[in-house]
Design a protein around this ligand. Sequence first.
Ligand code: SF4
Length: 315
Amino acid sequence: MVLFVTGRCHRRCWYCPLSSERKGTDTVWANDRPVDIDKEIIEEAEKMSALGTGITGGEPLLCLENVARYCRLLKDHFGPEHHIHLYTAKAPSETELAAMRGVVDEIRLHPPHENWPFILDSDFIASAKRAKEMGFSIGIEVPSLPGLENLIPALPYLDFLNINELEWGETNAYAMRERGYELADALHNAIDGARAWADELCRHEKVHWCSSGFKDSVQLRERLKRIAENTARPFDEITPDGTIVYGVLEPSEEQMSASMEFCERKLEHGSFESCGERIEMAWWLLTEYADELFGTKTVVERYPDKGTIVEVTPV
Ligand code: SF4
């Protein structure tokens, strides 16, 4: 699960990918769900059978007390093996590390771009050494930008270094254009040339590359599939992409009771559901009985758990 704990941040990175919906706000999001009370975090984690959680923001250390509480909640509920990693653009102090000890397993540091040429003299290495001594797994996670090779001297102090392919977003588009960056293709958000900046660093065994396509097509798909498996109704079809597909019949007010009678008579129990002014059912049944059912008929594909509608096809 991705737990977004705050949209506030002490830095102003020009490439910041945060959406305008989240930037600067204090709303907590568990995956794509805004969370008002702690128990909703557990509900969301359960919904996707989460094996671990990534704490992200904004800057999570700006609300460290809340972070420690969320992590304790997750560890208490799912057990100590529920792996928790935390991103931070700060170099955590001894006090901050002590507050995370026992509840956060791994820390991913994001030193700002301007610190890279002097990384060994920065607070980040001192912090990494301290974190290691205190039993954390410690690494650096940065977007791919020119000058990544400046981070090579940091490798001996780290367990890993992750590079994320630089991505175009609604809030950094102007800064991208200003620097002359362009999209690699028309289908993805990856920036042309971002992989080449990482080439030298990627030769080292502690270094992992995460492409924009991998994030979208593998991480997102796997998360959707887990949520779909836990929340789909018996008649929802789960697609290989983790979306669900079902049929929708919208009869007029006068046609409603006849339509329900038809469904109860012809369709198996569990293959349809009355949803107010609509009847939702297995899409193949809606197609099979299309001529006998009255009203508007559509097949809907959407993200699981009442998520975004991807496609509506008339029958
Ligand atoms: S540290 Fe992260 S959240 Fe903060 S401005 Fe930079 S990219 Fe955005």
